[in-house]
Every structure is written in C-alpha cells, then in structure tokens.
Design a binder for this molecule. Structure first.
Ligand SMILES: [Zn+2]
Length: 218
C-alpha cells in the first residue's frame, strides 16, 4: 500500500470506483470488461507510410464514451489514463523511438476546442519514456472538415496536403512516434506519416488509444 494513495485514493477512470494499486487506472471489474487490441497492433494497410500501428482498445462501449468525453467535453484528465495504456503497450512490445509527435489540429480548431487531445496524450507518453515531445514541427496548415463528419471513402482526400513539417532537421533520420486518439480509416495518421517520411524521417510508429476498422480501404 502506498501512502500517497491512502491520502489521495485514485479512482477507476471508467466507473469512478476507488482503486489502490499503484499505476493502475481501472478497477478489477472494468479491467476485465475492457477489450484490448493487443493482438492486432501491427496491421496490413494499403499504401502505408507508417511502419507500425499500436492501438490499445476496441472503439466501443465505455471506452468510446470516454474517448468522446476526452476529445469534445474538456475531460482532459482522461489523457493521463489513456497515455498510461499506450505507454504500457509500447514498453511491453519493446517498441523504440527517438521523438514523439502528436497529430496536429488547425489553430482555428485549437482555439475553438481549447486543447488538442493528441498533444495531451503525447506529453504524457513523453513523461513516461523521458523522450522529447515536439508539438511545433508537424503542422496542420489547412483547416479541413472534421473527418468524423465524412464518409470513410472521402477521408483520404479531405486530409491530402493539409500537413507540413516546419523543421526538417528535427525529423531527419529519426524514428517517430506519431500519436493520435482514434485510428478509423487511418487517413489522418497515414497522411502525417507520408509528410514525415518525405521530410526524412527514418520510420514512423503510429500509436492511438483506439482502433475502429479492420479493413484498410479508406
Ligand atoms: Zn471501474
């Protein structure tokens, strides 16, 4: 038993029940219910520019609700729990990288929402690995429509040529961990990976909390 936990008992990020084990974010019950994606972490993707995909949870049920709260309802504290699971999986799978970059959003959307959930994830992963997180290298230069509003087949075109690398020397020869919240068709992360590779990144590992589709035609 840890004293800090006696003074500040933490709660399960899913159901809110108190938990006491160190570095655990879910109670035993929720932990049994959650569907982990650990067997499907590296997938086949048509025309992939990234080298690996690491996703923790199936996008459904309680996890889906929590991700939506995290993304749209200012529940930024959830980022710490989600980042913990991503970091745990990366460590467990011995995946190495030199630099962490979150998928950017356009500055107009940033000011509307007040935060970028991918930055919160990336900064927490950065702390856990003690590896630098750069939030100003990969930029979203055009404010495209929200992917979630589009049909799957239109998503790739929507993000085409909307990202830019600002400082090429910082990605040159690096293995980059590209962090996002949800992997749906992969259009966003693949476009970001393309731009990073075009600017000299050696390899790109995509890490997301959750993963939606199993066929990669989007
Ligand atoms: Zn729980």
């Amino acid at each position: 038993m840890f004293i800090e936990n006696l003074i500040f008992p933490r709660v399960c990020f899913i159901c809110g029940k108190k938990i006491f084990e160190k570095q655990t974010y879910t109670c035993e019950n929720c932990s049994n219910i959650l569907k982990y994606m650990w067997d499907e972490k590296i997938c086949q993707y048509k025309n992939a520019y990234f080298d690996k995909l690491v996703s923790v949870f199936q996008y459904e049920g309680m996890i889906r609700n929590k991700i939506l709260s995290f993304k749209f309802n200012n529940k930024t504290y959830l980022g710490k729990a989600f980042a913990y699971y991503i970091s745990f999986l990366l460590k467990n799978e011995n995946i190495f990288f030199d630099l962490i970059i979150p998928v950017p959003i356009h500055y107009k959307r940033f000011f509307e929402r007040g935060y970028n959930q991918s930055i919160i994830l990336a900064q927490n992963i950065s702390k856990s690995f003690n590896i630098k997180c750069e939030t100003k290298i990969l930029l979203k230069i055009f404010n495209s429509k929200a992917q979630s509003l589009l049909k799957l087949k239109d998503r790739r075109n929507n993000v085409l040529n909307t990202y830019k690398v600002k400082n090429k020397s910082k990605v040159l020869g690096k293995t980059i961990l590209l962090v996002d919240d949800i992997f749906t068709t992969g259009a966003t992360t693949n476009e970001c990976s393309k731009v990073l590779k075009q600017n000299g990144a050696k390899s790109v590992v995509v890490a997301t909390i959750s993963y939606v589709r199993r066929s990669f035609d989007g």
